[in-house]
Structures are given as C-alpha cells and as structure tokens.
Design a protein around this ligand. Structure first.
Ligand code: CA
Ligand code: CA
Length: 243
C-alpha cells in the first residue's frame, strides 16, 4: 500500500458573500433560472425587536434578508436578491428546494422561528410568497428543517417540516452556566413539538395531514430530516447534547 498522502486544497470564493451575511443559517444550491448552472441561496436570521444595534455605535439597524446569488457561468456570482423578490427579513433556519407545482422551476421553502415561508418560482427570475395562497400559513413553530418528497406517489411533492421545541420570546426559559448570566438551554428545558406533514393537492395548495398520517407526536424535538436511499419514509433526527 502506498503511503503517499493525497492532499487537497480549496480556494474560497465566498468573500463577497460573507461580508454581508453574519447570521447565516441554511443554504442551498438551486438552478432557479433553469439555465443549467447552479445558483446559491443563503438563509439568514434577524435581530429580535429591541436587540442592541450592531456594530456598537451604529445609528441604523442592519437588515438581514435571504440572499440569492446567480451563477454568472464564469466562476463568479451576482447578488440578485432584490430583483428576485427575496429581499425579505425573517427568522430563517433552513431551506428545502423542490418544484411543488411541476412547472419545471424550483421553488423555495424556508423554515423559520415563527411562520415558515413558501416562495413560488415564477419562471421569470422572480419569486412570489405563496405561503398564504398555498394553505401553509397559520403554522407557527420553531421549524428547523424540511424535506420535499412524494409520499403518496401522486406526482406532486409533499412537504415534511421538522419542529424543534415549543419556544417563543414570551415563554423563554432562563438557563445559566454560572448561575447568573443567561445562556442557551438544552432541549430538555422545553416541551417538544410535533413535526408536520403537508399533502400536496396538485392545485398549488396543501392540506395538513399530520394527524391522519400518523406523524403527530407532541414530544418530538426534531432538528433535521433526511430520506434514506430507496426508502419512502423519512428519518427525523433529534439533536443530541452532551450532558
Ligand atoms: Ca442558474
Ligand atoms: Ca415550481
């Protein structure tokens, strides 16, 4: 056996993106304009109301939105967030890409703290918020991740959404490592929350089938979801914390 070690090096090309993206969460490659070149979507959170201005001394709150970068086909990307209609603030956590209306253009589902959002691709380089018109509005949660998959094989992608724990600013729990200063709590400090399954009716709308499908579990604390290769069933994972 050769003892030669193969070493690899990667050059960063993300500096222009990182400059304005301090609250980065999920990200995705998608060819939103169907030109055959993968584009990049970055998910951001945002400050809570009353959060101290950053950087200190600033007199204006920094906006933090989704960010979409179009592939220029030459190794560079252009920020097209505003022109694409995605210049929107939210407490974003994750992203799932899928063509839920089978028009050939990938659509975007953003999991959020609060109301998650569905953005329909118009096929003209822009997106429209379809959260309400699709029937997905009215489901606030601590939604961490999501998955598109056709569980009933009717030809339309259905949507599985992971929820972490029951939490809101109004019902926060004080945890501390030193007995005085507030720190992040482990999931054990909170009640769980069920994941959701939304059935795609095939007409641009979804119905909540969480209960009828057997998905409902109010003790769940789900941080991520993935499909096992060759399996229809998804695998929802619980975040583990060291004791
Ligand atoms: Ca593209
Ligand atoms: Ca679509």
């Amino acid at each position: 056996m050769s003892r030669m070690r193969r070493e690899f090096a990667f050059n960063t090309i993300a500096a222009p993106m990182a400059a304005s993206c301090s609250r980065r969460r999920g990200c995705a490659f998608l060819d939103y304009d169907s030109d055959g070149w993968q584009d990049i979507l970055l998910v951001n959170g945002m400050d809570w109301p009353g959060h101290p201005l950053a950087p200190p001394g600033a007199n204006k709150r920094q906006r933090s939105t989704l960010q979409l970068y179009r592939n220029n086909r030459n190794g560079t990307f252009t920020d097209v967030t505003r022109n694409a209609g995605l210049d929107i603030e939210m407490y974003g956590m994750g992203v799932a890409i899928g063509d839920y209306n089978n028009d050939g253009f990938p659509d975007i589902f953003i999991t959020c703290v609060g109301q998650s959002r569905l953005f329909r691709n118009t096929g003209k380089g822009t997106f429209v918020d379809a959260t309400r018109s699709s029937g997905l509005f009215g489901h606030p949660g601590f939604s961490t991740s999501a998955l598109w998959f056709d569980y009933d094989r009717n030809g339309f992608l259905d949507l599985f959404v992971c929820n972490y724990v029951r939490w809101s600013p109004e019902h926060d729990v004080f945890c501390s490592l030193d007995g005085s200063h507030k720190s992040y709590c482990t999931p054990e400090a909170y009640r769980g929350d069920t994941c959701w399954l939304f059935h795609n009716r095939g007409n641009g709308t979804f119905e909540d089938v969480t209960a009828t499908s057997g998905i409902f579990d109010s003790s769940s604390k789900c941080s991520h979801v993935r499909l096992r290769p060759g399996w229809l069933a998804g695998l929802a994972g619980r975040q583990r914390h060291a004791a």
